[in-house]
Design a protein around this ligand. Structure first.
Ligand SMILES: [Zn+2]
Length: 203
């Protein structure tokens, strides 16, 4: 039985054997000690970004920025989740930037994905940083993600998003009172993220 004396508090299993093997073969002394459940480093410059994250930085209506990612890594709350691993969450002007990271036990950790969600609607509305459409977009995006397989017309109807935001290849808007999202490119109508997944945008 391998020694576990370098575990933080004995919680949970140390992980698959492959992780030990990787650590032992690493040349970085830091990496030899680190394990997946050890808190990740708070140096944003050490993290690389997946292509997925880079794409998100350029997509309208996501509000994911490099500054937001860096700030969350530097000073955001840190949570360990047994399925997703580590995530940082930093709040700015009522909006939470969530940053999921992996390979944190190695010398080259990675930002896997990042998104925004409303933390405090009052603070977001009071801030000059977010206009009404920004806030509506963030709320709508959260609803779609949380209930990706459900039709959610009752959650779409109150939302007013005149400026297109990007989901699965479509550029979406919605008017107050409409129980669907409308793609300005293909003119498709959607009531769930599942529908967006299945319909290719044919602009
Ligand atoms: Zn479309």
């Amino acid at each position: 039985m391998a020694s576990r004396d370098h575990g933080p508090d004995g919680r949970g299993a140390p992980g698959p054997d492959t992780q030990h093997r990787t650590a032992e073969h690493s040349t970085a002394p830091e990496a030899v000690r680190r394990r997946p459940e050890d808190p990740p480093v708070r140096n944003p410059g050490q993290y690389s970004l997946t292509d997925h994250v880079r794409e998100r930085l350029a997509q309208g209506g996501r509000y994911v920025t490099l500054d937001g990612i860096d700030a969350a890594i530097r000073e955001g709350q840190l949570r360990w989740n047994t399925t997703d691993g580590w995530r940082f969450a930093g709040v700015e002007d009522g909006v939470r930037f969530v940053v999921v990271v992996c390979d944190t036990e190695t010398a080259s950790p990675v930002v896997v994905t990042a998104w925004t969600e409303i933390d405090d609607i009052g603070a977001a509305e009071a801030s000059e940083r977010w206009d009404r459409t920004d806030i509506e977009t963030i709320r709508l995006r959260s609803t779609l993600s949380e209930r990706s397989d459900e039709h959610v017309p009752e959650h779409i109807r109150p939302r007013d998003v005149p400026r297109p935001f990007y989901v699965r290849g479509h550029h979406l808007v919605t008017d107050p009172g409409d129980g669907h999202l409308r793609c300005v490119d293909c003119h498709g109508r959607f009531r769930s993220k599942g529908e967006l997944d299945r319909a290719r945008c044919s602009r």
